[in-house]
Write a protein that binds this ligand. Structure first.
Ligand SMILES: O=C(O)CCC(=O)C(=O)O
Length: 246
């Protein structure tokens, strides 16, 4: 589900400042580490440090946690989960700066939630997880927008999962092992402030940013209570929403 321009500049301007500070901090840290309540996942390639992601970014930048608790995200997420409460597992900043080459191969988010016995349970029978992706910058065809594959363009196992984890872009679905038909990909573009909501079995990915301006997104992810059995990095991760008064 895509909601164009769900957030306006009152939220986006401070979010961009927060992203700017996270990016500057990453340049000083240079190597992957936990810092100030967040986990910086970094690649030092000589010049600018490439920020692969900042996990629980709101731990370091509380304005991003406020966005994660915003009813415009949490309300639809609860509706999709069929629950009146959820656990927020992700508040993650993705940077795709011009020329940094960051891309995400075809995958399903269940791969990141279910890490083996005791880590994940589908308590609502519909995936028990909703990922939301807020465009901090406009998403255009040239800056590495999200792409999704329709169900009939992917081969899933009986549990609804891709037969193998990651596929490279351009992998055609053939008679061999290939499980995705990348030619069928649907690209999501839209103005800054737009939000994509999707479930843990949606097959998606994104190519590198080939433009001259950043493409940043804030990812907030919500699980049904009782689904998750892991401790996620970051100060306060896994909080229950909506917050209980008092
Ligand atoms: O930032 C991106 O382009 C990829 C996001 C993604 O793969 C995800 O939300 O699971």
């Amino acid at each position: 589900m895509v909601v164009p321009a769900l957030f306006d500049e009152r939220v986006l301007a401070p979010a961009r400042e927060a992203f700017g500070r996270l990016h500057a901090t990453a340049q000083r840290l240079r190597a992957t580490q936990d810092h100030a309540g967040a986990r910086f996942v970094l690649a030092d390639r000589g010049g600018d440090v490439v920020v692969q992601r900042v996990v629980w970014a709101g731990g370091a930048e509380p304005a991003l946690l406020d966005i994660g608790a915003d009813p415009r995200l949490v309300g639809p997420a609860l509706q999709l989960l069929g629950s009146d409460r959820c656990e927020q597992l992700l508040c993650q900043a993705h940077f795709k700066m011009p020329g940094d080459g960051v891309s995400f191969d075809w995958h399903q988010d269940v791969q990141h939630r279910d890490k083996g016995p005791g880590t994940w349970r589908d308590v609502n029978g519909r995936g028990s997880y909703v990922q939301t992706l807020l465009a901090i910058d406009e998403m255009r065809a040239d800056n590495g927008p999200l792409q999704f594959l329709p169900r009939d363009a992917v081969r899933l196992d009986a549990r609804g999962r891709l037969r193998d984890a990651h596929y490279d872009y351009g992998t055609p679905m053939g008679d061999g092992d290939a499980a995705v038909d990348a030619r069928r990909a649907e690209t999501v573009t839209g103005p800054a402030g737009s939000v994509i909501f999707f479930g843990p079995y949606a097959v998606h990915g994104s190519t590198p940013n080939r433009s001259s301006t950043p493409r940043r997104v804030l990812i907030n992810g919500y699980a049904c209570p009782g689904a998750n059995g892991r401790v996620y990095p970051g100060a306060g991760s896994g909080r229950t929403l909506p917050a209980v008064a008092g």
